[in-house]
Design a protein around this ligand. Structure first.
Ligand code: ADP
Ligand code: MG
Length: 628
């Protein structure tokens, strides 16, 4: 008996939707890419409830003829390729002809579109895959697509959608990439009735970068790249070689032929170009790449983008060619940069002093106190020589102990942090005595070695300081008084739009909590806030840049925990804590150790990683084979 039947188009579309349309952000992506392919230079995106209830994209592109407005919804209906050969040299973002029928099969979709030479626009409505209406209407030239109630008829998929905030984040990420890629297109993004982003159309890539990343972007230590060699062209920005920490350190963007792409070969080329220049830089040795925002354009014939349904990966036809080109281009740029830097210092020219202007000095209630103690590693009783407290402060007596402290930290993968230290009640057993602490020793300006009663203890200085600050802030959020330092002048922090669009609401709703953390935030206008006071722990405020860093971190912490207090405490702790690689004086080490042992959970950083390792004499003796 014959059993095989060809699936009805409706079923096939649903199946395709499973691949192409994973979440609201996929709909935004497909619609916006269609608008770009249609030559639009103004695209407006509106969403409601994380896109679950409404996604609307309006463009001023070419529009469609009345017939095309229907053919567009046929499976594989596309104006972008005709023959198999065309797939080899695709210059548009779309080509599979699957997006519109897929979206229409899982939502209530309305298309209104008008070409320049038509007087009226065509309107087409689909309800969960069924054509519901075809009519004429008045509209501007271009296309409007409205997608309502995505997955309402596919409960299995709807169930897998995350919170509105998370879905919004995915949409924002995508729009963020498009904004960087296409300065010549104006983007407007409206979320639940509020305009969140507005990037005006511009001819200048620099201007768009400033619009997206904030005005100080161009002042950072960037090296410009612009190089072409026959079939490949690359432009953009790569991080310079200044040692100081750049607030753009984690900016890594690669765009190939107009798409955001994750590609190992290009990453590898960047790394190998930087390697000879950065031997001594710790961060790169740890495996981090320098920052880069690169736009690579390759003759479409040399690249296969049809590897991944969402087109987020590519395959190069000639890997060596790409590797060589990227490595050489970056190497030459770095050589050139080094040479200029060398000539500059040889001619006695000082590095620009802009950064100095940004560093507005801090004033505190007790100025000398903050100044003499580095990074807020302050001895609570104010003695110049810190004294070791051999017991933990009874926080529990001050107020109800927050749950956070009673829980055993959990490592990322959900696995319980393995025991590196004895149970908490055993702490007195290996607390260093004052005598032991006479000579703490710092290894590679990152780890502190101290002698304890029965052996050796190694402390990760950054993680330890993070823990200390984290607990202090959690305590403040649970009722202890805020400890702030007043800025000499209130400072206006311009939050880059792509961050503010995600966190501004949180700031507005949690002003009081921000104050308890230590930030007194006074007024708002657009993406700017005025800050008058900052937490006492912050040593280097970087002219306000640090606040942006904290918000960035907060945003990603919040995405995983959805716990405001925990996320903000972790973010401030992480950004205000002393870094690995920072030389500490003996006194600073002692204060750090002292404060650490006053913590409720002195063993783990706020993310649950161990922050100290203990090695007993016994263990040493075993390793030296004195003991068997
Ligand atoms: P693809 O983009 O892969 O061709 P889609 O299903 O996304 O497939 O779109 C089908 C066709 O509909 C496109 O090829 C294009 O001709 C037309 N189209 C879709 N969106 C627009 C738009 N915003 N403006 C003009 N034409 C559009
Ligand atoms: Mg498309």
């Amino acid at each position: 008996m014959n059993k095989i039947k060809v699936l009805a188009e409706e079923v096939a579309n649903r199946i395709a939707a499973g691949e192409v349309i994973e979440r609201p952000a996929s709909v935004v992506k497909e619609l916006v890419e269609n608008s770009i392919d249609a030559g639009a230079d103004s695209i407006s995106i509106t969403v409601e409830n994380g896109g679950k209830d409404l996604i609307q994209v309006i463009d001023n592109g070419s529009g469609m003829s009345p017939d095309d407005a229907l053919t567009a919804f046929e499976r594989h209906g596309t104006s972008k390729i005709r023959t198999v050969d065309d797939i080899i040299a695709i210059s548009t973002l779309g080509f599979r002809g699957e997006a519109l029928p897929s979206i229409a099969s899982v939502s209530k979709l309305t298309l209104i579109t008008r070409e320049a030479d038509s007087e009226l626009a065509s309107q087409v409505d689909f309800w969960d895959g069924q054509l519901n209406n075809v009519s004429k209407t008045a509209a501007n030239v271009g296309t409007t697509i409205q997608v309502r109630k995505i997955f309402s008829q596919v409960p299995a998929r709807r169930k897998f959608l995350k919170t509105d905030q998370v879905e919004l984040k995915h949409i924002m990420n995508y729009l963020h990439y498009q904004a960087i890629l296409f300065p010549n297109i104006a983007f407007r993004f409206v979320v639940d009735g509020k305009e969140r982003l507005h990037y005006p159309q511009t001819d200048s890539r620099d201007a768009r970068m400033q619009a997206v990343f904030g005005t100080p972007f161009l002042d950072a230590d960037w090296i410009r790249i612009n190089h072409q060699q026959s079939a490949i062209q690359m432009e953009g920005y790569i991080g310079g070689l200044e040692e100081e920490k750049s607030s753009y350190a984690d900016y890594r963007y690669l765009f190939i032929n107009g798409r955001y792409i994750t590609d190992k070969i290009v990453q590898h080329s960047i790394r190998s170009a930087y390697e000879p220049f950065l031997k001594k830089n710790r961060s790169y040795n740890q495996g981090n790449l320098p920052p880069y925002i690169l736009f690579l354009n390759i003759n479409p014939e040399l690249i296969d983008i049809n590897v991944h349904p969402a087109k987020s990966e590519v395959r190069f036809r000639d890997t060596q060619l790409v590797f060589g080109f990227v490595t050489n281009t970056i190497t030459n740029a770095l050589l050139d940069y080094e040479e200029k830097r060398f000539n500059r210092s040889a001619s006695g020219e000082e590095k620009n002093s802009e950064n100095v202007i940004n560093n507005i000095p801090l004033r505190s209630e007790n100025d000398s106190d903050v100044r003499t103690s580095n990074f807020g590693l302050r001895n609570s009783n104010g003695n110049s020589e810190p004294r070791f407290t051999s017991y933990r402060k009874p926080f529990g007596e001050l107020y109800q102990q927050p749950d956070l402290f009673t829980q055993r930290p959990v490592l990322k993968g959900g696995e319980e942090a393995h025991k590196v230290v004895p149970d908490q009640q055993d702490i007195s057993f290996f607390l260093p005595s004052e005598e032991d602490l006479v000579n703490p020793w710092q290894l590679h300006q990152s780890y502190i070695f101290i002698q304890v009663e029965d052996g050796l203890m190694i402390i990760d200085q950054h993680a330890a300081h993070e823990r200390i600050i984290y607990e202090k802030i959690i305590h403040r959020l649970h009722g202890l008084a805020a400890e702030t330092q007043k800025l000499l002048f209130p400072i206006v922090v311009d939050i880059p739009p792509y961050i503010s669009s995600l966190v501004m609401e949180q700031i507005e709703q949690n002003l009081e909590a921000f104050y308890k953390v230590g930030f007194s935030i006074k007024s708002f206008s657009g993406n700017s806030v005025v800050i008058e006071e900052i937490p006492i722990e912050i040593e280097d405020w970087e002219g306000g840049e640090l606040f942006i860093e904290i918000l960035k971190q907060f945003e990603s912490e919040y995405e995983t925990t959805e716990d405001f207090r925990d996320s903000i405490s972790k973010s401030v702790a992480c950004k205000a804590a002393i870094k690995a690689g920072k030389k500490l004086s003996r006194k600073e080490m002692l204060v750090l150790i002292n404060d650490l042992f006053a913590c409720q959970v002195p063993y783990f950083c706020p993310h649950g990683r161990p922050l100290m390792i203990r090695m007993s004499l016994n263990e040493l003796e075993k390793r030296f084979k004195r003991l068997i």
